[in-house]
Design a protein around this ligand. Sequence first.
Ligand code: DAH
Length: 329
Amino acid sequence: MTQFLNKLKQDILNKIKDANNLKTIDEIYRAYLGRKGELTKVLRSIKDMPEKERIKTGKLANQVKKEIEEVINAKKSKLQTISSQLPDKEQIDVTIPGLKVPRGHLHPITLVQREVEEIFQSMGFSILDGPEVETAHYHFDALNIPKDHPARDVWDTFWLKDFDLLLRAQTSPMQVRYMEKNNPPLRIIVPGRCFRRDATDSTHDFQFHQFEGLMVGEDISTANFKAIVEEFFKRFFSSSDIQTRLRPSYFPFVEPGFEVDVKRKGNDWLEIMGAGMVHPNVFKAVGYNLKDWQGFAFGAGIERLAMIKYQIDDIRLFFNSDLRFLKQF
Ligand code: DAH
């Protein structure tokens, strides 16, 4: 019996040691010390034993019971302490580094627009905004594009009301709005969003950005224009190896008009903007005296500049909000 009790004690102690929750401890208690527990059975059987055996086993069994109870109680309070520290009573560790809040950044179109603004500002140009909804007067008539003029089709766009209000298809109308209210000499840049009902493909979208430039003074010439755009391209492409050339072209609001091509070192010629000397009819429309003033105007697409600078081959990437694309800037 002594041997049996010692073995039983060892088994129980091992089980208590392995137990890692209060439920298991209760189960162990019930299995050995409960009403039908194994140790309880031994204790009950003692009274029927012969006297010698009864004294010896009784003493040992009671010792074992006492010891087991003590160990169970100790383990119980230990487990209770641990469970009281679990989640809902968890403490805050102020030494753990905080979570970083992801920060956004400027869109590539905004980056290029700001760079354009900065470069021209440093050459004395003011930056202006214009309305995205224009009137036919500023968008066409005052720019020497009368109602029956075929060039009107080129900029035919989203009409909002009775062929009088439209989403602007170019930033050129701001030339007129500005000159109406200001006298030369003047230098302005007007960046902004434009709209055309073009079919969408890799180089066209129904919305895009342009910047318009205008410089008017007593003797502003094409030579001045060439010097200024060349300086602009050198800074924009961060290269001194830049060539520009002007090819004759037609825009109703300039005379003569040209396409401006740019050649960067090791690259082909690229057509980048339209330009020309301000047409006398535009000066007339704003009430300037033709004998006093002359100047140049130009307009360029911001997406196109961004595509060249960052080597992007599809204009639609700018507006489809794909973070894999946007995160690269
Ligand atoms: N507004 C023209 C366009 O959207 C671009 C342009 C060409 C602007 C010649 C000008 C210019 O100021 O002189 O196609």
